[in-house]
Design a protein around this ligand. Structure first.
Ligand code: MTE
Length: 320
């Protein structure tokens, strides 16, 4: 898998788009011995010590998703420099600065709980679960800004089927990586770590729920949740947990970080809902990064056709 030790290369240097568009030229230019094939997909991969097996990986042969929006995408610069990743600091610009040395090599995701086949997945194993798709989703943060991002991954349900959950598994609990030595800023973030999140089983199995490995054609930058995160486009952004290390199937509704921090402000469901205001601000409108005028926020962030049925009969003011 690993091709060449390249301690001197930075992430930016190994992924310039003009270079990797021409694979052969790229390999010659970098003096790289070859390209790796994973699950029939062509990957160009460089081994950069201290980075994940996926670092500096350009994905090719991506399947186009019918779930993609045709709305204008935000720039890579926007999406990688305006982040919430409190383990690396609470300012929007902190993760881009402070996550650069985050070591995501030898990453393992443990899948456990009420399942017939608990197991630990390496990143190479996760890559082989299903064909990688490009999904261009609207992403609406609870702070009333939004972005449009070409994520890369596959429906989380593909992983779920491999571990065979028991009927009593009604919920899925998710946990992020946390290492105070690598994430010293986390101490002042004001929330508890590791970051935890949860979904009801039907939400987890909804095809829109994306197990995300990349964006803009390449592996996830550290500040966006490398090497693997969730993206749940009809929920506020904080449900989309980053740098996943544990997935647990269980009968009880799991605790979630923001609900633990402020239960009157953040509920378990956290579906995007312009009709239910946050106690301290309106959710009726949002500002798309890069735009001046606010736009109306859509119920379920515009994904109602695919998800509204899961909440029929539920009072979404009570279950916020
Ligand atoms: N995951 C972890 N582990 N830590 C975090 O602080 N922030 C959440 C979510 N996932 C967060 C996290 C919030 S509040 C948002 S809005 C999204 O990540 C932001 O994702 P983005 O930076 O890729 O836009």
């Amino acid at each position: 898998m690993l091709i060449r030790k390249a301690a001197d290369l930075t992430y930016a240097e190994v992924t310039p788009k003009a270079v990797y568009l021409n694979r052969r030229k790229f390999l010659q230019a970098m003096g790289v011995a070859g390209a790796a094939a994973v699950a029939g997909r062509r990957l160009i991969e460089l081994a950069v010590p201290g980075r994940s097996a996926l670092a500096a990986t350009k994905f090719s042969d991506l399947v186009k998703s019918p779930f993609s929006t045709s709305e204008k995408q935000n720039s890579f610069q926007d999406v990688t420099h305006y982040n919430n990743f409190y383990e690396f600091g609470t300012d929007k610009s902190d993760p881009a600065k402070n996550a650069q040395k985050f070591d995501t090599s030898n990453w393992v995701v443990s899948v456990e709980g009420d399942v017939a086949k608990p197991r630990k997945f390496t990143m190479d194993e996760i890559l082989k679960i299903a064909p990688l798709e490009e999904r261009i989703y609207r992403h609406r943060c609870v702070e009333a800004w939004s972005i449009v991002v070409p994520w890369i991954g596959f429906s989380f349900g593909n992983l779920v089927k491999l571990v065979e959950p028991a009927p009593k598994a009604q919920f899925v609990a998710f946990q992020s990586y946390y290492d105070p030595r690598q994430m010293p800023k986390g101490r002042w973030a004001g929330i508890e770590f590791p970051y935890v999140e949860g979904l009801r089983m039907d939400e987890a199995m909804n095809p829109l729920t994306l197990l995300c490995l990349g964006m803009y054609g390449e592996s996830l930058p550290n500040q966006d949740g490398a090497p693997v995160r969730l993206v749940i486009p009809w929920k506020y952004g904080f449900k989309s947990i980053k740098s996943l290390v544990k997935i647990k199937f269980q009968s009880k509704m799991p605790p979630t970080t923001w609900n633990l921090a402020a239960p009157n402000e953040y509920g378990f469901y956290s579906n995007v809902n312009p009709n239910v205001d946050h106690p301290r601000w309106s959710q009726a409108k949002e500002r798309r990064l890069g735009e001046i005028f606010k736009r109306n926020t859509l119920m379920f962030n515009g994904y109602g056709d695919q998800v509204a049925g899961m909440y029929s009969g539920m009072d979404l003011k009570k279950y916020y």
